[in-house]
Design a protein around this ligand. Structure first.
Ligand code: GDP
Length: 302
């Protein structure tokens, strides 16, 4: 399936582990574990996680708990899965019971925000959800046009800025009010992703969040940060900054189909304690997948 093929580059990177473990024997442990650590590092699991995993395998091997290559492989998969699930945060969208639920999508330009928003609208519509899109990237003239194309493609309604001076918070608040009045299930809010010199993107996002909350107490229900999967570990400082300022409830990691750095999925969850909710594994409408930790582990370490 597409999750499997989406992670094929990361899997290729990690395939060396199978060869290593096929011929593993006790006397070879140090060399094999060194190379295994290297494979994890190359796939952007990050030094902290790579060392933690390898040291835990080493102590289990020395304690006689792992006796074959395939037992080591299973233990490796188990520890990656544990890293992804131990923080206990939910990978499913948490939308509450009041309608409309509001999802605010944030992230810097070029990361795949608009595409992910479109794909998410498509997915929700297929589930029978009534979706209203809101074009809250009022800085970039082309952004609204691009989102309108996605609205058309997915058969969704959209609220766009009226007049050149319309500000993002007022567009989003208008959309949420319309969502309430017209019985929408979900309002999907796009936001700006450009870093301005004289105007802070983060201030803008805070203003958007407040405007949404004023229009609908308790909202936004989700603030999803879109991160470019090809940047690997470099996404960490960006994830931290967005989280400190707007409070991120979940990640969408995009372009993982073009990236051999899929280990960053694990490091971003471990470092921030925030779940990955969706992964982008291609450019098609269907290529935004709900993140399933177990399927992910099987896709990268099959
Ligand atoms: P934005 O500036 O953050 O809104 O970024 P866009 O949504 O316009 O995406 C930038 C580019 O990345 C576009 O060419 C998208 O088709 C592409 N893209 C987005 N998500 C994915 C993905 O999951 N896989 C691949 N291969 N390309 C993607």
């Amino acid at each position: 399936d597409s999750l499997f093929s989406g992670f094929s580059k990361t899997r290729e990177n990690l395939a060396v582990i199978d060869e290593l473990l096929l011929y593993w024997n006790l006397s070879d442990t140090d060399r094999v574990l060194d190379e295994l650590e290297e494979a994890l590092l190359v796939s952007d699991f990050g030094p902290k996680i790579s060392i933690k995993i390898v040291e835990s395998l080493r102590s289990d091997i020395l304690a006689g708990k792992l006796k074959t290559g395939s037992e080591i492989k299973d233990a490796l998969k188990k520890s990656v899965l544990q890293l992804l699930t131990s923080k206990g945060s939910k990978t499913e969208l948490q939308l509450g019971y009041r309608k409309p639920a509001v999802i605010m999508v944030v992230g810097v330009n070029g990361g795949g925000k608009t595409t992910s928003l479109g794909k998410l609208a498509y997915r929700l519509k297929n589930e029978g959800v009534k979706v209203l899109m809101a074009a809250g990237d009022t800085f970039r003239a082309a952004a609204s046009d691009q989102l309108e194309v996605w609205a058309e493609r997915t058969g969704s309604e959209i609220v766009i800025a009226e007049g050149e001076k319309a500000k993002a918070p007022s567009v989003l608040s208008q959309a949420v009010k319309r969502g309430k009045e017209q019985g929408y299930d979900i309002v999907l809010c796009d936001t700006s992703g450009r870093l301005h010199t004289n105007y802070s993107l983060m201030e803008e996002l805070i203003a958007c969040k407040k405007a949404i909350a004023r229009a609908m107490p308790g909202a936004p229900n989700e603030i999803l940060l879109v991160l470019d999967g090809t940047t690997g570990l470099n996404m960490l400082p960006q994830a931290r900054e967005f989280n400190e300022i707007v409070g991120v409830t979940g990640f969408i990691l995009t372009k993982l189909d073009g990236s051999a750095r899929g280990g960053c999925v694990v490091s971003v969850v471990d470092e921030l304690g925030i779940p990955v909710k969706f992964v982008g594994v291609g450019e098609g409408l269907d290529d935004l997948q709900p993140f399933d930790p177990e399927a992910f582990v099987n896709a990268i370490l099959s």
